[in-house]
Design a protein around this ligand. Structure first.
Ligand code: NAP
Length: 319
């Protein structure tokens, strides 16, 4: 990693939508505090590409060819998921994704909320009017098995919170992980075991070639009968048709999805009308400007002082 003269002004280029430029320009400038900022531009054409020191990136920005930014020390993503940019062959600069306390806490709250909703059978009473006076007493959390697919920044935080509530939590990841209170499994060979104990299945995996359609008909059949699915990782994790079939057969009791193959979900898509589905519009965990600006500034400060960047995406793994 290059170390630069701390007195030299830094040139930032925002490869984001105009709205995000407005949201982030001042908070990032403020977070950089005593650094001299030479330019903080949002539009290509205001600056020579070779003069750009760092590119702040989010899907929807105008730049798709990163080759001219030959002196850029890093491309810093405002989002945690990088599947739309990681395969860009013009991007040879280090690519860092967003890992941020606001994002993590938001996801923990969303996952815990929907897990409790499934566990307690809340929909049965909320949605049924008039109510049939039938008492379906839920088990205690200690008698409910939850599996979290993905034990990264978000998955391990969600698994920890669920374990602290008393759920029997299994976590599954690519490489071996240790999360206190969580039974951790790793690798494809243990996926059937992870699915078999998933009365409630939480998806927090990134989109990579390995995770696309991971939950196909064959794997959905490995879940306990009438299980619940909660997916906030990426929509490509689940084969849409297989999910509809599993809901129709009762193999899956209900699915709560925050992420989809196409967003927004197109009009007429069967997900809109299926009674076994809850759809939320990719709001499980948002990047929060105040905390994210600090993270961007922290990585720039690290690069400027020759320290390794944080949260660098491994291009060979796509996440
Ligand atoms: P992360 O820290 O990179 O963790 C990813 C986890 O997935 C790791 O545990 C990783 O295994 C595991 N994994 C990856 N490929 C795998 C495979 N082939 N088999 C098994 N496990 C695999 O990511 P994160 O910060 O937790 O975020 C996860 C995803 O959430 C993001 O990529 C993004 O798509 C999504 N997200 C959604 C929202 C929303 O609002 N819905 C918000 C933020 C993020 P290892 O531990 O072995 O590396």
């Amino acid at each position: 990693m290059r170390a630069r003269n701390g007195d030299k002004a830094i040139t930032l280029l925002f490869n984001v939508t105009p709205a995000l430029f407005d949201d982030y320009r001042e908070p990032i400038r403020d977070a950089l505090r005593d650094r001299k900022i030479e330019a903080c531009v949002g539009l290509l054409g205001e600056i020579a590409p070779a003069d750009v020191d760092y590119i702040i990136h989010a899907t929807g920005g105008p730049i798709t060819d990163f080759a001219p930014f030959s002196n850029a020390g890093a491309v810093l993503s405002l989002w945690a998921g990088v599947e739309k940019i990681v395969g860009n062959t013009t991007l040879t600069q280090p690519l860092c994704r967003m890992v941020d306390d606001g994002l993590r806490q938001g996801m923990v709250e969303w996952v815990v909320g929907h897990t409790l909703r499934a566990h307690l059978g809340t929909d049965r009473y909320v949605c049924q009017k008039p109510l049939t006076w039938e008492q379906h007493v839920p088990p205690l959390a200690a008698d409910r098995s939850v599996t979290v697919l993905g034990l990264g920044e978000l998955g391990s935080a969600a698994a920890t919170a669920l374990a602290q509530l008393g759920f029997r939590v299994t976590g599954w990841s690519r490489s071996a992980r240790e999360v206190p209170g969580v039974r951790c499994l790793a690798g494809m060979e243990s996926l059937p075991q992870a699915l078999a104990s998933a009365e409630i299945l939480v998806g927090l995996l990134p989109q990579t070639p390995e995770t696309i359609d991971l939950l196909n008909a064959e794997r959905l059949a490995l879940l306990p009968k009438a299980s619940f699915i909660i997916n906030a990782g990426r929509g490509t994790l689940i084969d849409d048709d297989a999910l509809i079939a599993a809901l129709d057969s009762g193999q899956v009791a209900h699915a709560t999805l925050d992420v989809f193959r196409t967003e927004p979900v197109p009009p007429g898509h069967p997900f809109w009308s299926h009674p076994g589905l809850t759809i939320s519009p990719h709001i499980a965990a948002a990047t929060r400007v105040s905390t994210a600006a600090e993270k961007i500034a922290e990585n720039i400060a690290r690069a400027e002082s020759g320290q390794p960047l944080l949260h660098v995406v491994d291009r060979t793994l796509s996440y």
